[in-house]
Design a protein around this ligand. Structure first.
Ligand code: SF4
Length: 411
């Protein structure tokens, strides 16, 4: 599978009584499954968490790990992470025994960090409560941390050959096209679920699930489906009606809201950078980061920014801001930089180690801060920032509360 489009549905829906109702429909479903499996036997992608077609179920640990990593992430990005994780922690028991900080650090850069926290928690539950063996049913898998309906179905099908439909964005697209479903998403989901459930064969359901994922990832592409190479072309209503490339239709999403804030990057004289561990709850929970005020809809006031400073220093604002887009909002962080002796009571880490362990947005801020340090003129020339003053006297970009100027030196 190449990409997970959107979050998993909240509730798992069991395969419905929407099985083919006529002999003709039943024969058609069987033919589609046979054609797809024959295509998969010749064209399956070779992936490190898979077994070859017809070789039987794969190791549940590797399937689970890959499925968690692949949520919202493309295969090419996941492969090196998967390799490192399985080298460091070859099974669920060793992963459970690893310090959580180490797991989070190895996860850095993959994004959606709640996945990493749940991954570690799930390994603990499987080790402690299930003797190191994953449950082999959708219902059992759904009781584990971080496993939602899609992931449970995918693991049940691929690792245990259970006849269940695992519907990610790729499968959704294939089904919408195959059945020419014109209702826009998300309203079309129940209908897609029904036809996908009905399509699962009794034989080789695990291979069938992976075949559908591969077809969606390599042939039934989002913008330009390669119908001439598709094993299902003869049965595809979307293709036959000339609708394929326009499906699935989607209800337009409202634009993402924006949030703004600032972070403080303090470099100790030896080059180490001040870091903090973010609270467990909330975005990037448990990951390391740079201190700063909350991320808010309205730009923080100079007073709010000043109040969040980790200590007194000659804070200068970098010219470049760190920008990052999360699932539900986009974020712009101003970067305040200073160097000097260690600030009292604060934790420092070697820059490269901190950079490697930090989530992407914090990594961007760290890089901006260090680039600014190498180019002091660029920092001090920026936006009218003066020594020991709030970061933006103009107030236009940060927002500005009425009141006296605050002095960073006194914090
Ligand atoms: S025929 Fe075309 S649109 Fe239909 S499933 Fe195959 S690639 Fe997708």
């Amino acid at each position: 599978m190449a990409h997970r489009n959107g979050k998993e549905e909240r509730r798992f829906q069991r395969p419905r009584a929407s099985k083919p109702s006529t002999l003709r429909e039943s024969a058609e479903v069987s033919r589609i499954a046979a054609d797809l499996l024959a295509w998969y036997d010749r064209n399956a992608r070779v992936l490190p968490w898979r077994t070859p077609p017809g070789a039987g179920p794969a190791d549940p640990y590797r399937v689970w790990l890959s499925e968690i990593m692949l949520q919202q992430t493309v295969v090419a990005t996941v492969k090196p992470y998967f390799g490192r994780f399985t080298t460091l922690w070859p099974d669920v028991v060793t992963l459970a025994a690893a310090p959580r900080e180490a797991v989070l650090a190895e996860w850095a850069g993959l994004g959606y960090y709640a996945r990493a926290r749940n991954l570690h928690a799930c390994a603990g539950v499987v080790t402690r409560d299930h003797g190191g063996r994953f449950p082999d049913t959708v219902e059992g898998l759904l009781t584990l941390p971080g496993i939602g309906p899609y992931t449970a179905a995918a693991i049940a099908a691929i690792a245990f050959d259970r006849p269940v439909a695992a519907i990610d964005g790729n499968v959704e697209r294939v089904m919408a096209r195959l059945h020419a479903i014109k209702t826009p998403l998300p309203a079309a989901k129940p209908r897609i679920r029904a036809v996908a459930d009905a399509a699962v064969p009794a034989e080789r359901p695990g291979d069938f699930a992976q075949a559908l994922m591969d077809l969606g990832a390599t042939i039934c592409a989002p913008k330009t489906p390669r119908c001439a190479e598709c094993p299902l072309a003869g049965d595809c209503a979307g293709r036959l009606r000339g609708l394929a490339a326009t499906l699935p239709r989607k209800t337009p999403k409202p634009p993402k809201p924006a949030r703004t804030s600032a972070v403080y990057a303090h470099f100790r004289n030896d080059g180490a950078i001040l870091i903090e561990t973010r609270p467990d709850s909330g975005l990037l929970g448990g990951m390391i980061g740079l201190p700063g005020p909350d991320w808010t809809k309205h730009p923080p006031t100079p007073e709010t920014i000043a109040a969040a400073a980790p200590g007194a220093a000659d804070w200068q604002r970098a010219e470049t801001e760190a920008r990052h887009v999360f699932t539900h909002f986009s974020l712009t962080l101003g970067v305040l930089v200073a160097t000097g002796p260690a600030l009292q009571g604060r934790r420092y880490m070697a820059f490269e180690a901190a950079r490697a362990a930090a989530p992407t947005v914090m990594r961007k801020a760290m890089e901006i801060a260090r680039a600014g340090l190498r180019d002091g003129a660029r920092i001090t020339a920026s936006a009218g920032v003066k020594k020991n003053t709030p970061p933006d006297e103009g107030g236009a970009r940060w927002g500005r509360a009425a009141g006296p100027r605050q002095d960073f030196g006194k914090l």
